[in-house]
Design a protein around this ligand. Sequence first.
Ligand code: FAD
Ligand code: EGU
Length: 474
Amino acid sequence: MIDQNRNQGRKVIVIGAGLVGTLEAGCLARRGYEVHLYEYRGDIRKMDHVPGRSINLAMSIRGLAGLRLVGLEDKILREHGIPMRARMIHNTDGTTRAIPYNKDGKSIYSVGRRFVNEELLTRAESFPNVHFHFNHKLISANLDKGTATFLNTITQEEVHEEAELLIGCDGAYSNLRKQMMKRSQFDYSQQYIPHGYLELCIPATTNGEFAMPPNYLHIWPRGKFMMIALPNQDRTWTVSLFMPFEIYDEINTPELLLEFFKANYPDAIDMIGRERLIRDFFANKPFAMITVKCSPYHVGSTSLLMGDAAHAIVPFYGQGMNCGMEDCVVLNEIMDQYNDDLTQVLPAYSKHRNPDAEAIADLAMYNYIEMRDLVNSKLFLMRKKVDDFLCFWFPNTWIPLYTMVTFSRERYHLCISKKKWQDEILRKLLKVGGIAGIGMGMLFAKTEAAHALSCALIARLTNFTSKTLALTVR
Ligand code: FAD
Ligand code: EGU
C-alpha cells in the first residue's frame, strides 16, 4: 500500500487535463504529491459542446490498467464501455463478414472520449491534494528550475509558477516539448502522413436502435481510403473516414460526394442519410495525423513528457490513449522502485519507456501502410488462420501480433521482436517446401479429417522448431 503522507508537500505541476494528464494527476495524488493541474480549455464538465477530435476511442487492456490505478476501470467499462468482440468488414458489394478479436472471447471497448475525460477529472478532483487551474495556457517554462508561465485566457494575465516537477501531458503539439527542443542532446522527429480524417455520424434508426450490429468495430477497407465506425452509448455511430488530403479537395460538390460514396461505401449512404452526409462532410475540414518521436522524455529531476506530448502516433492500431495511460502505470512502478527519488525515477522512466513508445509508433505506421492489404481480406484471413492455428498448438509461444498489442501488456518493443521471430519460423517452414504448402492448404480445408491430418503434418514439421519454442516458453 502507498503511504499517503510520504510525498506530502512535494509540488508537481501537470500541464494538460486530457486523458493522460488527468490520470497522472490522480496517480500522483494517491502517492501524496501536491498536484496542480493546468489546462488550456475550460472545465469540459461544464461545457455544452467540446471542440476537438475523435468522439470515441477503442480502449483495451493497457488503458484499463491505467484506469485501475485510480479505481476507475470497472466504472468506465460498466457505465461507458461498449464491448466490440470482432471487426465487421464491409465489402463494396454490401456484404459483411465478422472476424473475432480473440479466441477466448475477449473484447475491446468503445468509449466516449468526453465520458472518460470527465470521469478522470471527477476522480482527480476527489483528492484534496489536487488543484485545478482551467483556462491556463502554458506559454513558457524553465525546465531546469521547474518554473512555468501560464496565460490566464480569461483575464489575459500571466501567471508564474514553480514546482519540484513539471509534467507535460499537453498533447501532440506540446508546448513543454517545444521548450525541450531548445536544449542540446534532445532528439526529435515528426512525420505527417498524406491522409486526413473526417468524422461523420450514423444516427440511431427511427425506432431508436443501432443501425448496425453494435458489438463490432466496423471497417470499410478500400485501399487508398478507409472508413471505420465505433458505437456510441446513444446508439449512434461515429464514422471516421481516412483519405489522402488531395482526394478531399477533389470531392468538392454534393454530386461528387454521393458518387464517391456510391462507388466505395454504398451501404453507408442510407445509414448516414444523404442530407446529413452532405452537410457533415462539407461542414468539417479533415484533420491531419502526425507521428512524433523524441528522446529523452525528461530534463534532470524537474521535467517530464507523457502521453501524446512524448509520443504521438497515427491511430491505425487504436493504441494512442492506451499507450499514454500505460505511461502512467510504468511511471508509477518506477516511482515505487526508486522510492520517489526523482533524480533516479525520471532517467529510468525515459530509458524504459522510449523503446516501447517508438515501437508502437512504428507498428501503427506499419498498419497505416498495411491497411491496404485488408482490402484483400483473403490474405488477411489467411495469415490470421495460420496465426490462429499455431496459437492453438503453441498457446504460450505463438501469440499473434495484434493479440500481444491489444490483449496483453507485453512491452511493445518485445511485440515486434517476437513477431519477427514468428516470421522467421514461418519463412523456414515454407522453405521446407511443398509438404508444408500442402499442410497449409489443408488448414483451409473444411473436413475434420483434413484438419486433423494437417495438424499432425504441421506438428511434425514444426518439431524441429519446437525445441526452440520450448526454450522460449516462460
Ligand atoms: P490529449 O488528449 O490531446 O490532451 C492534451 C490536453 O492538453 C488537452 O486537454 C489540451 O487542451 C491541453 N493542452 C494543450 N496545449 C496546452 C497548453 N499549452 N497549456 C495547457 N494545456 C494544454 N487512442 C486509442 O487508444 N484508441 C483509439 O481508438 C484512438 N483513436 C484515435 C482516433 C483518432 C482519429 C485520433 C487522432 C487519435 C486516436 N487515439 C486513439 C489517440 C488518442 O486520442 C490520444 O493518444 C490521446 O488523446 C492522448 O492523450 P493526451 O492526454 O496525451 O493528449
Ligand atoms: C483506427 C481509427 C482494424 C480507431 C487496424 C484493425 C483504429 C481504431 C486494426 C480509430 C483496422 C486497423 C486494431 C484493434 C484498432 C482491427 C488492430 C484502429 C481502433 C490491426 C477512432 N485496430 N483500431 N488492428 O484489427 O489491432 O480491427 O479511430 F482498420 S482496434 Cl487500421 Cl484491436
